[in-house]
Design a protein around this ligand. Structure first.
Ligand code: PEP
Ligand code: MG
Length: 755
């Protein structure tokens, strides 16, 4: 073989010309393999393409029998070619027949070739096919030859990805790139989303593959790497790293990768072989990803995500492109795919075009999921690997009911789902018909059904759902979507607008609940080891009385002449409530001094989310007008399970004995003290758990607007006294190991209650 230092560059130049020529796909592929064979002084060059049925089919060859094209096939993992595809690693053999995986395909006539070099054809870490060269003489291919063949494979990957080969694919067969994929995951928010993929962190598609001047590209790469390293050091040197939404540990990993000499060397090599700087980044990213995707160690897989992020940052530096879809290209039926996402980021998307959210991580009570549910969009979480399998614009179905994802679904599945959506819509109509029906249980008890909200767009649902009022208005959402701290006037105008649209129905405003996982970009918080237990909510408000007083003033002014109902988040000790009352008093005095009119009535409440309050129940109830149980946080703190960590969030059942006993104690304390008690966590949104809440004594619940109909349908058929009898007996029984959830399901079945 001749010296390859110039070889690959000449080859890539020829390939570029071939790609530009107006040729039929088969002709183009034939010429490409001929060109590679001649450039690499190989007697054989063949391309195998991976089909959706997992078969690698010979698509073109120079040197083997031409009749074998489109006939020779190998399964994934079978033969040398199948081994390369399955492992995403090259194979370099001087005596191919001696390799244990070798498989003889008589139609090809390849028995006379001894040496064999094959590389995977990769795109974004996925194997699309295999590219092979063979020689009669027994020899080992040099490292630079392997590298050159890998670079060439990128050009073929591009050809496959553009869909050109579809034309020469036999009828009834499909290429793997367009394969339909179903992923079993978890349903986090009900509903079915039919639409098209929008990658939250889109891959940058490099179209300019081949360079004119390697030295110039090396320089560009060097400059971008320099910029990248500086930006990482910069982020790390800021004390409040957490504020950037970046974790220090992740940034440290980024820094380690960014200085990794092996990474830089491989990219430079790819440039020397003829690629542009961005194509070189993409090539090395794809190779690395392909190898790491096969790892099972979760820690290493996580590092793969970090590496991938870093390569994307570098690509953005090089191309100056954010990769975000422009307004025009943003689909009208977008299903957002992300590994993880903050609530504020979801709110950045045009709401009227969102049809679903799919997360690789996430947990059912994480805030992004709560916000998505408030927006009424289906959410599927724990969808492992979905981001790597999808391309922007792919058709997708997100089934939040069954917790499934169907990527590039077949036509019959798509049809079945369209039917399912129609059925769902009909059911929604039935729920709508319940809107005006009074929420009375079968044994005549009246239940207050309220909805949770946080944005103006939620308000129309108040009337549509038939909710009695808003039991939880999360005021922090306004702060989370703003780029700067909302001023007094803005807050006041916002609350005024909410009250106006609520048109007399009561609204319970919760004061700012930021901190923890609710990040407000402009608010400087320090990095915390345990943010959920940290400086958040009422703690932060009491330490920044200016912030709280502004909000209280805005609330008072917005409710002039009407009733103001407000509550405090994350109260730990009753004294905190008193402290806020004092601030409130000062605001009232201030406003009256300047002649402002005041609310006609003030109802002051507290959220019960911290277990310490369970031993202050009587003091608490004496102090406030009402209590609202935040079961998301109360469950997290009672069971010591991080609500945002999917590994543990569902580990214990919130319908198990310990938690239901806690909730029953709260309901009983409410009765004893004649204090109204509501529950506004996600538990209230599910008919089965809402039924349990009624059984242990709750008479007021607040939930996602879309749940009002299903929960009302449940309670209309429920005899509370009958359930309470059975449920309380089971909760008091210390011997029985009966699962309360099973009892509830059986009760609902026996009494024909829709849950
Ligand atoms: C809760 O903790 O249950 C709650 C309603 O508050 P948030 O989900 O906003 O923390
Ligand atoms: Mg909470």
């Amino acid at each position: 073989m001749r010296d390859l230092s110039a070889g690959p560059r000449v080859l890539l130049k020829r390939l570029r010309e071939l790609m530009a020529e107006p040729l039929e796909p088969q002709e183009r592929l034939d010429r490409i393999v001929r060109q590679i064979a001649s450039n690499m002084v190989a007697e054989v060059c063949s391309v195998y393409v991976l089909r959706s049925d997992g078969i690698l089919e010979l698509y073109a060859t120079e040197g083997l029998n031409k009749e074998a094209v489109h006939l020779s096939q190998l399964k994934m993992g079978q033969g040398l070619v199948g081994t390369i595809a399955a492992s995403a690693q090259p194979l370099n053999l001087s005596d191919a027949q001696a390799h244990p995986a070798f498989r003889y395909l008589p139609e090809t006539g390849e028995e006379i070739y001894h040496s064999f070099l094959g590389v995977p054809i990769l795109r974004a870490g996925r194997t699309l096919g295999v590219l092979v060269v063979q020689n009669k003489a027994s020899r080992n291919y040099r490292e630079d030859e392997v590298e050159a063949l890998e670079t060439t494979a990128m050009v073929i990957a591009e050809m496959i990805a553009t869909g050109e080969l579809k034309k020469i694919t036999r009828p009834g067969l499909e290429l793997d790139l367009t394969r339909a994929v179903t992923i079993e995951a978890d349903g986090y928010s009900e509903g079915i989303g039919l639409g098209h993929v929008v990658l939250h962190e889109p891959r940058i598609v490099v179209t300019n593959l081949l360079n004119e001047d390697a030295e110039k590209e090396i320089q560009r790469l060097g400059e971008s790497l320099g910029g990248l390293r500086i930006s990482i050091d910069d982020m790390l040197s800021r004390r409040e790293v957490a504020q950037e939404g970046e974790h220090r540990e992740v940034l440290e990993t980024y820094r380690m990768f960014a200085h990794d000499q092996g990474w830089v060397r491989r990219m430079e090599e790819a440039i020397h072989n003829g690629l542009t700087a961005e194509a070189a980044v993409e090539k090395v990213q794809s190779d690395t990803k392909a190898r790491m995707m096969r790892l099972t160690d979760p820690y290493l897989r996580e590092r793969m995500h970090d590496f991938d992020d870093l390569a994307n940052r570098l690509l953005r530096q090089l191309t100056g492109f954010s990769g975000r879809a422009s307004d025009e290209s943003f689909p009208s039926d977008a299903i957002i795919l992300a590994r993880a996402m903050g609530a504020a980021e979801l709110l950045d998307y045009p709401r009227d075009r969102l049809r679903g959210l799919v997360l690789e991580d996430g947990a059912v009570t994480s805030h992004v999921v709560i916000v998505a549910r408030a927006m009424g969009i289906p959410v599927v979480g724990q969808a492992a690997g979905v981001v790597a399998l999808a391309e922007n614009g792919d058709p997708i179905i997100a089934d939040g009911d069954d917790g499934q994802i169907h990527l590039r679904p077949m036509a019959d599945l798509q049809k079945a789902y369209e039917e399912k959506v129609r059925l769902r819509a009909r059911r929604q109509e039935q729920f709508k018909a319940l809107r005006a029906v009074e929420p009375l249980t079968k044994d005549g008890k009246r239940i207050s059904l309220q909805m949770n909200a946080g944005l103006l767009v939620d308000l129309p649902q108040l009337v549509e759902s038939g909710a009695e009022g808003i039991g939880l208005f999360r005021t922090e959402l306004q702060f989370m979507i703003a780029s700067t701290m909302p001023k007094l006037e803005e807050q006041e105008a916002f609350y005024r607008n909410v009250l106006k649209q609520a048109a007399g129905r009561p609204v319970t405003f919760r004061t700012l609940d930021i901190g923890g996982d609710k990040v407000v970009s402009y608010f400087r918080a320090q990095e915390e080891e345990n943010p959920a237990l940290g400086w958040r909510a009422i703690r932060l408000s009491l330490d920044r009385p200016g912030l709280l007083r502004t909000q209280l003033r805005a609330l008072l002014r917005a409710s002039a002449g009407a009733e103001l109902k407000m509550m405090l988040p994350m109260v730990t000790e009753v004294s905190e409530i008193r402290a806020v009352r004092e601030l409130m008093q000062k605001e009232v005095q201030h406003l009256s001094k300047f002649g402002h009119s005041l609310p006609r009535k003030l109802q002051f409440g507290a959220m019960l989310e911290v277990p310490a309050l369970l031993w202050q129940l009587d003091e608490l109830m004496a102090e406030v007008d009402f209590v609202s149980v935040g079961s998301n946080d109360l469950f997290q703190f009672s069971m010591a399970v991080d609500r945002g960590n999917a590994r543990v969030a569902d580990r214990f059942d919130n319908l198990g004995k310990p938690f239901l006993r806690i909730l029953r104690d709260i309901a009983r304390a409410g009765e004893r003290n004649r204090t109204s008690v509501t529950l506004c966590g996600e538990m209230a949104s599910k008919p089965l758990s809402a039924m349990a809440l009624l059984g242990i004594g709750f008479r007021s619940v607040s939930m996602a607007a879309t749940s009002i109909g299903p929960v009302k349908a449940m309670l209309l058929g429920l005899d509370i006294d009958q359930l309470a009898g059975e449920l309380n007996a089971a909760l008091d029984d210390t011997k029985s190991s009966l699962l309360i959830r099973d009892l509830l399901v059986r009760f609902a079945e026996a009494n024909n209650i829709p849950v």
